[in-house]
Ligand binder design. Structure first.
Ligand code: SF4
Length: 288
């Protein structure tokens, strides 16, 4: 497992992990449409709600189209030099789509200096981590909303795992076990790990410190607690106020570093965080 010092060195250049996000940019490739679970707050009309700004629908790319876009952006004299990271975060779950692996392979071959980054719900992480490591994955985000399957069952409606559908506590038990096992393996491999957790008031408030403690022990570097955007089956939930979010982050910062500048980027974001450009229209324009 990497030490805190190793980790600090590793995040240099990675804007989403605190590595100079005013100067270093990232490019997200929306190559992963399918998802293998159903979060209660996901309508699937838009990008993965665990990773993206609400209501955003990214334009889907094939791996072949994605590498063309990477070439285009990297050739831009203005944007190219700031791009340090290539990320895949949806619009579904990256690990439920073979296109994720194909795209990373293409990028690694042509742009070996770019860091590869991926976000996942973690269901397929244990069986995918060695393959991701072999492809040179640098950093990983896993969204974990519960430690106890009984609580998870109130957040996740179903999973499809190795061709079989599970619901309720059975579904949550498999998902949660795989999320922690995947993080453990990623920690052992020295990957830089961030954990996203969606605060669902009245359901998982007491789970957040338990998640924080467990992932810290397994090698996660930082935690990003996000407020629920109520929709789908959890549309009736009252979202937490900003004051409540600040309170929850503060309560957990003694356990694991809390993330402060996440903008829940869309699955096709390009540029500096919070100053995205649109690929195809203005790849050569100065980011605003
Ligand atoms: S992981 Fe959850 S929020 Fe993301 S696409 Fe799948 S069901 Fe929706």
């Amino acid at each position: 497992m990497a030490t805190a010092c190793d980790m600090k060195n590793k995040i240099q250049g990675h804007p989403c992990f605190g590595g100079n996000h005013h100067k270093n940019g990232r490019m997200h490739l929306a190559v992963a449409p399918k998802c293998n679970i159903t979060c209660g707050y996901c309508s699937r009309k838009h990008d993965c709600a665990n990773e993206s700004r609400p209501g955003v629908t990214s334009r889907l790319l094939t791996p072949a189209e994605a590498i063309v876009k990477v070439r285009e952006v990297m050739a831009s004299p203005v944007v190219g030099p700031i791009i340090k990271v290539i990320g895949i975060a949806g619009p579904g779950d990256p690990l439920a789509n073979e296109e994720t692996f194909e795209t990373f392979e293409l990028v690694k071959k042509e742009f070996p200096d770019l860091m590869l980054c991926m976000s996942t719900n973690g269901l397929l992480l244990p069986e995918s981590i060695d393959r991701l490591y072999a492809l040179g994955l640098h950093s990983l985000t896993v969204t974990i909303n519960a430690v106890d399957p009984e609580v998870g069952a109130r957040i996740y409606r179903q999973i499809v795992y190795h061709g079989k559908q599970y619901t309720g506590v059975d579904a949550a038990r498999i998902l949660i076990a795989n999320q922690f096992e995947g993080i453990k393996r990623a920690g052992e491999l020295g990957l830089t790990i961030k954990v996203n957790s969606v605060l669902v008031p009245g359901i998982n408030d007491d789970q957040l410190p338990l998640i924080a403690e467990r992932v810290k022990k397994l090698g996660a570097f930082v935690m990003n607690i996000m407020p629920i955007i109520p929709q789908a089956a959890l549309a009736h939930i009252e979202p937490p106020s900003e004051a409540r979010m600040a309170e929850v982050r503060k309560a957990n910062e003694g356990i694991i570093g809390q993330f402060a500048h996440c903008k829940q980027c869309r699955a096709d974001a390009v540029g500096l965080i919070g100053q995205d450009i649109t690929i195809g229209e203005s790849a050569c324009a100065v980011p605003k």
